[in-house]
Unconditional design. Sequence first.
Length: 386
Amino acid sequence: MEPRIDKVDFEARRKASLTLREHVLKVLEDIEGLRPPKLLIPKRTLSNTIYDPEKGILVLGEEVFERNLLDMGEARRFMQTLLMASIIYQALVENEYPTIRDLYYRGKHTITFRDLKGSIKEENTWDEQVESDSALRDLEVMTGLLREHMLILSKEKGKVVGDMRIKSGGDVIDLSRLGHGAYAIESTPDLIEFLDYNAEYVLVVEKDAVFQQLHRIGFWRQYKCILVTGAGQPDRATRRFVRRLNEELGLPVYVITDSDPYGWNIYSVFKVGSITLSYESERLATPKARFLGVSMTDIFGDKNKKPYLTEEERRNFIIKAKERDLKRAKELMNYSWFQTNKWKKEINMFLEKKVKLEIEALAGKGLKFLAFQYIPQKIQTGDWID
């Protein structure tokens, strides 16, 4: 019995397979023309990662490198890249859904050959998954296809709940009728179709535990929002899903994290993208995302607002920052997208006070305080950082 393939899935397979075939044909044309086979791949390096202030995201620069089959230093990587393309193409035409680990095993084998001296040698296609992963990323930047577009699966991490109906795999899913659970954002979020919704904004929560608390207390129902969590550092599927909610539905996006450099970096990943995956920022980052909190000025206040915590609560809830926290804060100060007056103020206050605060500390004042006072008040008053 043939597996069920819906129209959206079929079209994704068709586009991805044609793109892969097009790039491989260029290599064959080089061979037929007696030219050295080569691949032109954009450089995935920090020096070639640029912050585009107009787009508000990280992008890859214009630097490329040439992977030539006849270059002894590049021949193995050349082979690995084409091998990865072959494996993925076969999976596409066979209506399969490989995982990243599957790709590693499908390409892992030993090649036996004779060297120039006639001795028999053996060479593995790749030894560790880090090599197959690298080949996959090179293939992504070379073809412009995300692995999600090639229907490669990964572990589902993000969750979403709200008054919204979506269509996935031919099934209609009501995100408002999942009991105490939530919808696990699938690893191919572009195959999701938004049907209808009743929401005014998206609230992204760093921690899964806080997400569950807000869900159970009915926050999203009372305040008409789509509630999302990436459960820590967000995966690509969650970032893409949030981007689509903002870009296609016009819903404002607010992000709430711990008040520390690692929480702020999670917000940064949602907003501008990540340095290591800058080639995906156009489709993953949400440059209009707003940082709702928790901020240092929420804890200590400033001349424009009172703190949300009393002096006694600060003594009970704040945590002393570690040396690695301070080091990470100084690194954030070097990123151009953290050079605004508001962010400089927040990070300098962190470096001065040398303390941090978790979201759960606000729930320590009472879950109703977090859900029905802190979050809605900050949104209503515009107390966020763009």
